[in-house]
Design a protein around this ligand. Structure first.
Ligand code: GDP
Length: 359
């Protein structure tokens, strides 16, 4: 399975940089020259500066309208670079990594996604983004709402990772981001590593593509792991991966259309009866009833690891909160603006023409 990772903006290129560390094919796109130079693992020829004529390599200061404009202006350059570095052969999926709350990633990713869908009609385009922390305030929330709206019209799936859910209390923000970025890469990498592995009951690229081709709706990753000798109930461990504690976004899993479950561990721990019990439970719970599964017995393993992907979801508390907050803000802002206009008119009405007073 050939997956290409394109990071957009600071958050997106930092995540992409970790994908490069674990040998994925990666590109980085940003409006900030400094942020591009700061990357460690993506080779310089795979870093693309955009919007230089607009912001002179200084970034867009969390303004997604500028981010969108920067990507639009330099889209021919970006697409040429992608074509020359990636080619057109056998691309199964583009993962676009970005932060929902910023400017370059939030504004630029939907523009790039649309161009990729046109240029690579066979490939999936999946947005893989981090949702802003609540304490960041209103601007990132509005940026996220705008970006959710735009992406949902162009990509196949949106895998949103809620920074609020993954941040551990006590961590400062940069530590928290670094840990979250590693977690995101580990999960996606471990899922992709299990695709097209030879075996009887394994997952192939068409299974993953089926699950991710979901009309721009949300998808979420789940995860659970335990020492094989300590697993009392395998079905419980599997179920934990797709319950809220295991998921990286608060969603109503009952609203999901598709599910994919990969289970990896020592052969004696992968008891078929318990696996089917858990998978039947998942099938029963999700609305779409379509589950793909892969079993990976590995005699060298001592841990049981479950990676889950649920997709086709439109019900998520994290997303609803962002969209409702942005809507409420927009309504209140427009009302305040109208009231200011009225106040201005009232205040200045009846004021004589002073030209007549000071002839
Ligand atoms: P851009 O460069 O203009 O696209 O802006 P950023 O990429 O800095 O996006 C800012 C948003 O992304 C913020 O709202 C943060 O919540 C989030 N963010 C920034 N850096 C990171 C990071 O390294 N990891 C994660 N998970 N989120 C980040």
């Amino acid at each position: 399975m050939r997956a290409i990772i394109i990071g957009v903006g600071q958050c997106g290129t930092k995540i992409a940089d970790i994908f490069a560390l674990v040998d994925f094919e990666v590109l980085a796109v940003n409006t900030s020259r400094g942020d591009l130079e700061y990357l460690k693992h993506i080779p310089p020829e795979r870093r693309i500066l955009i919007g230089e004529s607009l912001v002179g390599g200084k970034g867009v200061n969390a303004n997604p309208v500028l981010g969108r404009e920067a990507m639009k202006r330099d889209l021919p350059l970006v697409m040429r670079k992608i074509a020359s570095l990636v080619g057109y052969e056998d691309v199964d999926v583009f993962f676009l990594t970005f932060g929902f709350g910023g400017g370059t990633g939030a504004g630029g990713t939907p523009v790039l996604a649309e161009a990729l869908k046109e240029e690579y009609p066979e490939a999936l385009v999946v947005a893989l983004g981090a949702l802003p922390l609540k304490e960041e305030g209103i601007r990132p929330t509005i940026n996220a709402a705008i970006t959710i709206d735009k992406l949902s019209k162009v990509v196949d799936s949106i895998i949103a990772i809620d920074n609020n859910k993954l941040k551990e209390s006590g961590d400062d923000i940069s530590q928290a981001y670094e840990k979250i970025n590693y977690t995101i890469v580990e999960r996606i990498a471990s899922l992709l590593a299990l695709i097209d592995v030879p075996g009887e009951q394994t997952l192939d690229a068409s299974d993953l593509k089926f699950v991710l081709r979901a009309m721009g709706s949300f998808a979420t990753i789940g995860y659970a792991k335990a020492d094989a000798s300590k697993v009392k109930s395998l079905s419980r461990l599997i179920i934990r991966s797709f319950e809220n504690e295991g998921l990286y976004l608060d969603v109503n899993i009952e609203a999901a259309l598709y599910g994919l479950v990969a289970i990896h561990g020592p052969p004696e721990a992968l008891k078929a009866k318990e696996i089917f019990e858990a998978l039947n439970e998942l099938t029963r719970r999700i609305r779409g009833k379509q589950i793909f599964r892969g079993f990976y017995p590995d005699p060298r393993e001592r841990e049981v690891e479950v990676v889950t992907l649920l997709s086709g979801i439109y019900e998520s508390r994290s997303i609803e909160e962002i969209v409702m907050t942005a809507k409420k803000y927009a309504v209140e802002f427009m009302r305040a603006k109208e009231e200011a206009e009225i106040k201005k008119r009232e205040l200045l009405s009846g004021l004589p023409d002073f030209d007549d007073i000071y002839p």
